[in-house]
Design a binder for this molecule. Structure first.
Ligand code: COA
Length: 294
């Protein structure tokens, strides 16, 4: 698009998202992901407009998320969210109406949440990017994000096996501190805000070996994360799951042992993604599954 055409566009205004913005932003979110994925031959990340509206409405109404919308000429053109529930912030989903993409709205939505992260002194900010999407990759890289880890979204039938020596059970509020310690050991920071919500929702689980917690998951799903001292711990969680929510779990592809174990147990790769980070990042000292928020 030429400079003259761009200067003729109405100015873009960024403001805090309100719960009543969920229908318009949810529709854009569904359409933007549907288009980019189907253009590249991948299934949609979100199954329907209703589902996307629900995701938006949950995030917009949650005090632990900072969400913004972009308006162009009084019309909503896109939205972005940042998870502020834990010491490291996580960005997403960001989406711009396919009809107005590639003319600066996405950059403004990213700058708005990164400004907020700076004001709130988050030591690090992370996101997960669809690896086939050249535009988002370039946008995030120019904003300072480093590509850290290739991820494979994996889906398949429940494995329903118990692994020797590993006891998997639902997590309760009394497990939060022990789970946070596992995360600090592996990542250098905890993800207790996300985990506390998942415990309340009943999706979190822990692994006990020799009578102590060695791993946990907030959920085995696209929006869930897991951390374990070893691959065996994560395998126990994955093997015990009743199923994998959304498009699937996000397995670090360079963790060859875990990746091959998932393949050998019937999981298939749905799509490639990339974990990107700015600010504090420690190479994990253990095993983990990323969530779509990082
Ligand atoms: C990703 C998304 C939010 C970006 O929003 P956008 O308004 O289209 O992006 P912008 O125009 O602000 O920025 C795109 C930048 O990438 C650059 N770019 C685009 N394609 C590029 C390429 N192939 N190589 C290098 N740079 C490229 C543009 O020049 C622009 O940079 P500039 O600001 O320096 O000019 C939007 O495209 C979208 O909704 N995509 C579908 C959903 C999605 O993938 N969301 C992200 C999930 S990770």
């Amino acid at each position: 698009m030429g400079r003259d055409t761009l200067s003729a566009m109405p100015p873009v205004n960024i403001r805090r998202a309100q719960p009543e913005d969920a229908p318009a932003t949810g529709k854009i979110c569904y359409e933007a992901f549907h288009k980019i994925n189907s253009d590249h031959g991948f299934p949609p990340d979100l199954p329907s407009v209703e589902h996307a509206v629900n995701v938006m409405s949950t995030m917009f109404g949650h005090p632990g998320f900072y969400c913004v919308v972009a308006e162009e000429g009084g019309r909503i053109a896109g939205s972005n969210c940042m998870d502020e529930r834990s010491p490291i912030a996580g960005i997403g989903p960001i989406t711009v109406d396919p009809g107005v993409q590639n003319r600066g709205v996405g950059r403004k939505l990213m700058q708005a949440v990164m400004d907020r992260a700076r004001e709130r002194n988050f030591p690090g900010v992370r996101l997960v990017q669809a690896a086939f999407h050249t535009r988002s990759l370039s946008l995030y890289a120019t904003l300072g994000f480093d590509a850290r880890e290739p991820l494979s979204v994996m889906q398949g039938p429940a494995i329903k096996k118990r692994l020797e020596g590993c006891f998997v059970r639902p997590a309760g509020p009394e497990d939060l501190d022990a789970c946070n310690r596992v995360s600090v050991k592996v990542h250098g920071h905890h993800r207790g805000g996300d985990l506390a919500d998942s415990i309340a929702q009943g999706t979190a689980a822990v692994v006990e070996r020799h009578g102590r917690i060695t791993a946990y998951c907030s959920s085995l799903a696209f929006f869930g994360h897991a951390v374990g001292e070893t691959n065996l711990d994560l395998q126990a969680l994955i093997a015990a799951a009743e199923g994998f929510g959304g498009p699937g779990i996000l397995v670090p592809t360079r963790n060859s042992e875990l990746f091959r174990w998932c393949l050998a147990n019937g999981l298939r790769v749905v799509e490639p993604m990339t974990l990107m980070t700015v600010g504090l990042y420690n190479e994990p000292a253990g095993a983990y599954l990323a969530s779509i928020l990082y």
